[in-house]
Design a protein around this ligand. Structure first.
Ligand code: NAP
Length: 330
């Protein structure tokens, strides 16, 4: 291993936040027993927030962002993991409180490291990343509250985004045929290729006035945008159905009534990918390896960029004009 390596470092400068590619050393990295040579990382919405002022992700600077990393172990003190293992790290404090994946070399606590199953190659793992873990966790939680009928009417919001794209592709892989994509962009060809049957624009979806109960249009919902659109969705969920709340791309607040809950028995589940145990993550990675249709996965937009060009990716994520996933080849 070279003594120095490149990493994107976010620093506080005067009254601003600046992100710069820098030469770093091991002493610049967070503590941990496993050192990984990064092969890929993916750029998530949270990573975009990590590089801007008041993004609410990073509290202590300097910090190397990047909440995902896929790579090969070059050193470990773990008793089970070994040098050469292909691994993935997502969540925990990676790229938030602990130096992250936008770096050629990554050092993490052993217990954060998940060994990749044989059938998930590095690029596939990076395409999935935190976005895919979140999507899969949302599907698993909806299955726990009753999702099983392959004709269930399922709504996915923020549909062209990372979480949204993977949720649609995975649902389709599992045989669900009645998927509606809610999207500002309405990139119909892309969403149909992933498996969406119907596509609705966010503007036309939002009613002028939200009634406490409306026509029961959807059985289950995977929401990635949060905000007032959730208030518009809840009255449309069918009796006994449910919604998994994953994200806040459009906002954190919504106001609603108890009626969909007490008159239609609907369930709202919160999805967190950060503090999932390694057992849950391993189950998710195996599920991805065994159940995600390769042909659909290949349709998820996954352009490759270099660490040098991360700024334009961040801008498109923050503007909401980005589609699918962008991978950083390290
Ligand atoms: N709970 C967790 O553990 C967890 C894990 C990962 C991500 N997240 C959260 O999940 C959300 C999605 O993450 P991501 O990585 O998929 O982000 P992303 O790739 O940027 O996708 C977000 C999508 O939401 C839509 N969108 C963006 N801004 C919007 C706005 N102002 N109003 C309405 N729609 C908007 C866009 O899709 P359309 O143009 O198709 O509408 C966009 O592509 C983020 O809030 C992220 O923080 C949570």
């Amino acid at each position: 291993m070279n003594k120095t390596f490149k990493a994107l470092v976010v620093e506080e400068k005067e009254d601003d936040i600046v992100a710069k590619l820098k030469e770093c050393e091991l002493t610049d990295l967070g503590e941990g027993g496993t050192i990984i040579k990064a092969v890929y990382t993916g750029v998530n919405y949270k990573d975009a927030l990590a590089t801007i002022k008041n993004g609410g992700v990073i509290r202590n600077y300097p910090m190397i962002p990047g909440i995902d990393v896929v790579g090969e172990i070059i050193e470990t003190t773990d008793l089970i993991l070994k040098k050469g293992d292909r691994v993935v790290v997502t969540g925990n404090g990676l790229g938030v409180t602990h130096t992250g994946g936008f770096s050629e070399i990554v050092r993490v606590p052993n217990e954060w490291v998940v060994k990749l199953p044989e059938m998930v190659d590095d690029k596939k793992a990076a395409t999935i990343g935190t976005a895919g873990i979140t999507a899969l966790q949302a599907i698993s939680q909806l299955e726990k509250i009753g999702l099983s009928d392959k004709n269930a009417r399922i709504l996915v919001t923020g549909a062209t985004g990372g979480v949204g794209s993977i949720a649609i592709a995975m649902l389709k892989s599992l045989g669900y045929d009645n998927i509606t994509a809610l999207s500002r962009k309405k990139n119909e060809a892309y969403l149909q290729q992933l498996g969406a049957k119907d596509i609705i624009g966010l503007e036309e979806f939002m009613p002028e006035k939200i009634k406490p109960l409306q026509k029961q249009n959807f059985d289950y919902v995977i929401d990635t945008i949060g905000g007032e659109s959730v208030a518009a969705i809840l009255p449309q969920i069918n009796y006994g159905g449910g919604i998994a709340l994953c994200g806040n791309a459009s906002g954190i607040k919504f106001s609603t009534t108890v009626l969909p809950f007490i008159l239609r028995g609907i369930t709202m589940v919160g999805i967190d990918s950060v503090q999932l145990s390694n057992d849950v993550k391993t189950t998710i990675w195996n599920r991805i390896g065994n159940e995600l249709d390769e042909a659909l996965l290949a349709k998820i937009s996954n352009e490759e960029e270099s660490l040098e060009n991360i700024e334009s990716v961040v801008t498109s994520l923050l503007e909401g004009s980005h589609s699918g996933r962008t991978l950083i080849k390290i």
